[in-house]
Write a protein that binds this ligand. Structure first.
Ligand SMILES: *Cc1c(COP(=O)(O)O)cnc(C)c1O
Length: 367
């Protein structure tokens, strides 16, 4: 049995550190926006090379509050990718705005800047690029389009903390960057948590007000806010884990290189991840394109190998977005990716022996 993700091995190495951190919170009694939240905001902002971090309840809320802070609302169009987790788009819908889905670059699975440029209308207010699987989108091209039309850029960096585009960290390039600390992410809490990072002091202040019911002072409310704070216990856990994050990122990157070599040597007709030469990929997922994908998935599962499909049905074809009236064939690269991709087990502690077993099972399938 090789799981797609092994959180237990990592926890076993951290038990004592985590126990001490949690005991500290319990002893302090500072359960809501306690000192650990402030410290984590500083540390994560530094890690992302941003000036500010605002801790919120989840990655989804990081997106939702960012849209609110940028005054995205009714009638506003927001251009994004359909090949992502649903929260990238449903937060746009919750804001009152409308997601405008455009096609992806078939090599990187990220937003195609030419498709973004072609979709801009007088109602466009923002672009939400996603750094899918841990590889940054083409941010120079996206920022150029945004500047030309006066649009906001909200980076969905939920899968890409620590990734770099031309030396800049994911989340630090757009107006805001949204991080998720969902347990399976590269920096994962033991529950839900998220953060918005930004270099804009006014936006950071607005986000801070929005997450605490729309007011700086208790029981006085200037704007329509939310209850969305990063839990102090999760912050204490994340501070422990952040100290190990770079080692884990390098573990993922080494595992990806081993996969590349093993797959190439195996002769299996799968396409490994394409990595832009100007990025640091942090391999939230190691995702390949595979002929006869569904049969391969079944074969690997029978061999006890955990695999997942991120994501089988692009968002423009989901029932949720039926009202957009986009038919099959509208965004062919996203649709092909949904049919052809498959993510292999990926976590920092993955061993070469495990990877040999996985690649042998892939090669066995293709005979
Ligand atoms: C995980 C994820 C989110 C949402 O994060 P949560 O913390 O689960 O709310 C948003 N976008 C992408 C691309 C994600 O992978």
């Amino acid at each position: 049995m090789i799981p797609i993700l092994d959180l237990k091995t990592q926890y076993d190495q951290l038990r004592d550190e985590i126990a001490v951190a949690l005991q500290g919170v319990l002893d302090s009694g500072a359960f809501v926006l306690g000192p650990d939240v402030k410290a984590l905001e500083r540390e994560v902002a530094d890690y992302c090379r941003c000036r500010y971090g605002v801790g919120v309840a989840s990655g989804t809320d990081a997106l939702r509050l960012s849209l609110a802070a940028l005054d995205i609302g009714a009638g506003d169009e927001v251009i994004t990718t359909p090949f992502t987790f649903v929260a990238t788009a449903n937060t746009i819908s919750h804001s009152g705005g409308r997601p405008v889905f455009v096609d992806i670059d078939p090599l990187t699975y990220n937003l195609d800047p030419d498709a973004v440029a072609a979709a801009v209308t007088p109602r466009t207010r923002a672009i939400v690029p996603v750094h899918l699987y841990g590889q940054p989108a083409d941010m120079d091209a996206i920022m150029a389009i945004a500047e030309r039309h006066g649009l906001a850029v909200i980076e969905d960096a939920a899968q890409a903390i620590g990734a770099e585009y031309k030396g800049q960290r994911a989340g630090s390039i757009g107006h805001v960057g949204c991080l998720s600390f969902y347990p399976t992410k590269n920096l994962g809490a033991y529950g839900d948590a998220g953060m918005v990072v930004t270099n804009d002091a006014a936006l950071a202040d607005k986000l801070d007000v929005l997450r605490r019911q729309g007011g700086k002072t208790k029981y006085y409310h200037q704007v329509l806010g939310f209850n969305s704070r990063l839990d102090t216990m999760q912050a204490a856990i994340l501070r422990v884990k952040l100290r190990h994050l770079e080692r884990w990122q390098e573990g993922r990157r080494a595992a990806a290189q081993r996969y590349d070599a093993l797959l190439a040597a195996s002769g299996a007709p799968v396409t490994p991840p394409y990595v832009r030469p100007d990025v640091r990929h942090v391999y939230h997922q190691y995702t390949v394109r595979a002929p006869q994908r569904d049969a391969l998935v079944e074969h690997l599962q029978q061999r006890g190998i955990g695999v997942m499909i991120y994501y089988p049905l692009p968002l423009h074809l989901q029932g949720l977005y039926a009202d957009l009236g986009m038919a099959e064939g509208a965004l062919p690269h996203a649709e092909a990716a949904g049919r052809e991709v498959l993510s292999l087990p990926m976590f920092p502690e993955l061993t070469e022996e495990q990877q040999q077993e996985i690649v042998a099972a892939v090669a066995e399938f293709y005979g």
